[in-house]
Design a protein around this ligand. Structure first.
Ligand code: HEC
Ligand code: HEC
Ligand code: HEC
Ligand code: HEC
Ligand code: HEC
Ligand code: HEC
Ligand code: HEC
Ligand code: HEC
Ligand code: HEC
Ligand code: HEC
Ligand code: HEC
Length: 413
């Protein structure tokens, strides 16, 4: 919503602003210099307080809304963009109220009541939007239903309500998107770092590969009641929501094949058995800071990220991967030393090493070692002898008394 600011009010605004600034920091204002209200910047109380410090006391005539009952929240919770613009001052749109009202998630369930009828719009007629033309049921709602399900309809309706009527009329409509309202950047009203008891500011998405991905694309389900679990379900859901995009035909065939291999992996198998200690996509990739792999530097970083990716769950294997030729060199940043997944079935297809299909199994290790650029021409014997060095090198060394003695005398490990 936009309110035109008349010349008079704009002047008053400028004068008020100037007076404030002059009072607050006279040194800043040289005689005759014009001062205007900034039109950019974060919409936080710090930038509004100079002029609107007593906002909680204001009563807004005509609507049942008070700043006082919302003072816990940052101004950006409703004033989603900087209100003072050259063409006028904007006030929140009703849409912005749904950033919180009706949003059900987290241990606390519904964050703020979504029932607009309780205090304000007492009759359904008053709640009925203008878009709902007469005979809206028969046809006109169909197009917007597909297009605006998540951006509009789910503010006031829920799935059960739509389904009820459809089933009665034998319309079996299954939309491609889940029936949830997307408050867009409104999530940041609370997760932007202003509320001190929240887990911490959500950041990094704007600079990541997912800057155009919506919060609800990765956080489709908030109805969790397992907040105390070591791995709460919301985390698993977020960690696996990636597949909705990365397993579609929009991906290049090579990327699609690579990610699809995850479905056959031991990690996916354990997840399917509800072992949530296993790896989701996010266990390896993280959530908000995922880089685009479009530059050689980014490719190098992910190649060398094995320690970071695997050590939460395979600390032992990461520590024991430290022989001179492979592990030690890899950890020191050598690009020609193998990353974990070059022996273990590629980035996504991880199998148990006992599985004969595993590229690290005794059956296949010879071929794996013989990959071009590695130990070309190696045979199963080479692999059988050499493999003991990969993860068991230290143990072999420390178990050998002669070696231990020599090490102590000559000072090597
Ligand atoms: C330098 C002083 C100053 C600062 C800083 C300032 N404002 Fe204002 N604001 C004013 C004045 C003066 C008015 C009244 C004139 C008017 O109605 O345009 C006003 C009016 C408004 C209005 C009402 C517009 C209307 O039509 O009713 C809103 C909303 C508003 N400010 C929000 C904000 C927010 C949010 C911030 C912080 C991001 C902010 N302002 C920062 C001086 C300021
Ligand atoms: C929960 C939503 C919400 C939050 C949070 C919020 N506002 Fe508002 N604000 C509104 C709405 C809605 C209006 C418009 C009311 C109307 O139609 O006049 C408004 C109007 C205003 C106005 C003009 C009317 C008045 O009372 O003077 C100012 C100034 C203002 N807001 C400043 C702020 C500042 C500063 C903050 C942060 C400390 C803030 N608002 C936080 C929803 C909010
Ligand atoms: C940042 C989150 C947030 C936003 C955005 C928000 N609210 Fe609220 N609102 C709350 C919370 C939390 C409560 C208190 C819990 C409850 O009553 O369910 C509340 C309470 C209320 C109440 C009942 C308390 C009272 O003052 O009578 C009304 C009415 C209300 N909000 C209206 C609005 C309107 C209108 C908007 C949009 C301009 C809005 N709210 C936007 C979080 C929000
Ligand atoms: C601001 C709240 C609001 C929004 C947003 C909204 N509706 Fe409604 N809708 C209502 C209300 C209120 C009714 C009347 C319900 C009643 O009478 O019980 C209604 C009724 C309906 C009906 C029943 C037929 C009729 O004419 O009463 C359909 C179908 C419907 N809405 C579809 C949609 C679709 C599709 C969207 C998204 C494009 C949507 N609505 C968005 C509030 C809303
Ligand atoms: C009052 C009953 C009623 C309600 C409530 C209702 N619908 Fe419908 N809907 C219908 C009827 C009847 C049709 C068939 C209309 C036609 O195709 O001419 C339909 C068809 C649709 C279609 C097209 C289905 C297809 O197979 O192509 C969509 C999309 C749709 N509705 C969305 C919604 C959404 C979203 C809601 C909830 C916000 C909703 N509807 C609520 C009665 C309803
Ligand atoms: C009104 C404030 C508010 C809004 C708006 C809000 N959240 Fe939350 N969110 C919370 C609170 C409070 C928790 C409880 C966890 C805590 O205290 O850290 C939480 C928890 C979460 C968690 C779990 C974090 C954890 O460590 O348990 C996720 C994920 C989350 N929110 C995502 C979202 C998304 C996505 C949106 C927008 C669709 C959103 N939130 C909107 C207040 C809010
Ligand atoms: C690309 C997918 C993706 C997007 C987009 C995304 N998240 Fe997340 N988010 C995750 C994953 C995955 C986790 C769990 C991180 C982990 O397990 O290390 C998470 C964790 C969180 C948490 C818990 C605290 C934390 O940082 O660990 C909050 C709160 C949260 N997200 C809110 C949001 C909000 C708000 C948005 C939109 C601005 C958003 N997320 C967008 C995937 C995403
Ligand atoms: C809404 C769709 C969507 C969701 C959900 C999503 N992504 Fe993405 N992802 C993308 C898009 C678009 C890109 C940009 C690169 C591209 O064009 O493929 C991308 C890029 C990436 C990249 C960089 C790949 C490259 O080749 O540059 C990785 C890795 C990635 N995503 C992993 C994840 C993970 C892990 C999750 C879940 C936590 C996730 N994505 C969720 C759409 C999505
Ligand atoms: C066990 C750790 C792990 C898991 C689990 C994992 N990834 Fe990856 N992913 C990687 C590694 C390592 C790379 C980099 C491979 C390379 O560059 O050689 C990668 C690369 C990618 C890429 C870039 C394209 C490509 O394949 O090179 C995308 C996209 C991606 N992963 C998405 C996902 C998604 C979606 C999931 C969940 C279905 C997932 N990843 C699960 C480790 C993992
Ligand atoms: C040069 C090939 C190679 C590389 C690189 C490699 N491994 Fe292994 N890995 C093996 C072989 C062979 C085995 C079979 C057991 C053995 O011989 O020690 C194995 C066994 C394992 C096992 C199962 C046994 C156990 O200790 O739990 C895990 C888990 C494992 N590796 C993880 C990793 C991780 C994590 C990395 C990267 C830090 C890595 N591997 C790097 C070849 C490799
Ligand atoms: C969030 C935890 C987690 C992360 C992160 C993770 N894994 Fe796993 N991994 C598991 C679990 C759980 C199993 C299944 C163990 C079992 O058999 O029950 C497993 C199994 C394996 C196995 C088979 C072990 C065997 O017994 O033969 C290999 C190899 C492996 N992972 C490699 C990796 C590599 C390489 C990475 C990093 C790129 C990685 N994992 C990241 C949890 C994880």
């Amino acid at each position: 919503m936009q309110r035109p600011t008349g010349i008079g009010t704009r002047l008053a605004l400028i004068v008020l602003g100037a007076v404030f600034l002059a009072l607050a920091s006279p040194a800043l204002i040289a005689f005759g210099q014009e001062t205007t209200i900034k039109t950019v910047g974060p919409v936080v109380s710090l930038s509004c307080n100079p002029c609107h410090a007593s906002i909680a006391d204001n009563k807004i005539p005509g609507i049942k809304f008070s700043h006082a009952s919302h003072i816990l929240y940052e101004c950006s919770g409703c004033h989603t963009k900087f209100p003072h613009q050259p063409e006028g001052t904007t006030i929140p749109n009703m849409k912005d109220c749904w950033n919180c009202h009706g949003l059900r998630h987290g241990p606390q369930g519904v964050l703020a009541s979504g029932d607009c009828g309780v205090k304000c719009h007492l009759t359904t007629a008053k709640r009925r939007p203008k878009s709902h033309v007469p005979d809206w049921k028969n046809k006109p709602h169909v197009q917007p239903g597909v297009k605006e399900l998540q951006t509009t309809c789910m503010r006031c309706h829920d799935r059960a309500w739509c389904d009820d009527c459809h089933l009665k009329d034998r319309i079996y409509w299954i939309p491609q998107q889940p029936y949830v309202y997307d408050p867009g950047y409104g999530c940041m009203a609370c997760h932007g770092g202003y509320l001190p008891r929240l887990s911490g500011p959500v950041s990094g998405i704007d600079a990541s590969a997912h800057r155009d991905t919506r919060c609800i694309d990765c956080h489709p389900d908030f109805k969790y009641t397992d907040a105390k679990d070591a791995t709460p379900l919301w985390r698993v859901n977020a960690g696996q929501a990636c597949q909705a995009c990365h397993l579609t035909k929009k991906q290049t065939p090579a990327k699609l094949a690579s990610v699809k291999a995850f479905e056959g992996s031991i990690h996916a198998k354990r997840l399917a058995e509800k072992n949530y200690k296993s790896a989701t996509c996010a266990s390896c990739h993280g959530g908000h800071n995922i880089e685009r792999l479009s530059t050689p530097a980014a490719k190098r970083r992910i190649r060398l990220a094995g320690v970071q990716m695997c050590s939460d769950c395979h600390a032992g294997a990461v520590a024991s991967y430290n022989d001179y030729w492979h592990g030690a060199a890899y950890k020191a940043g050598a690009l020609d030393a193998p990353a974990c997944w070059e022996c273990h079935d590629g980035a996504h297809g991880t199998l148990p090493v006992k599985d004969p299909k595993s590229t690290a199994s005794p059956e296949r290790l010879g071929k794996t070692c013989g990959a071009s650029g590695c130990h070309e021409g190696s045979d199963p014997d080479f692999a059988a002898n050499g493999s003991s060095l990969i993860h068991r090198g230290v143990k072999i060394k420390t178990d050998n008394p002669l070696r231990k003695l020599l090490g102590a005398v000559l000072g090597f490990q």
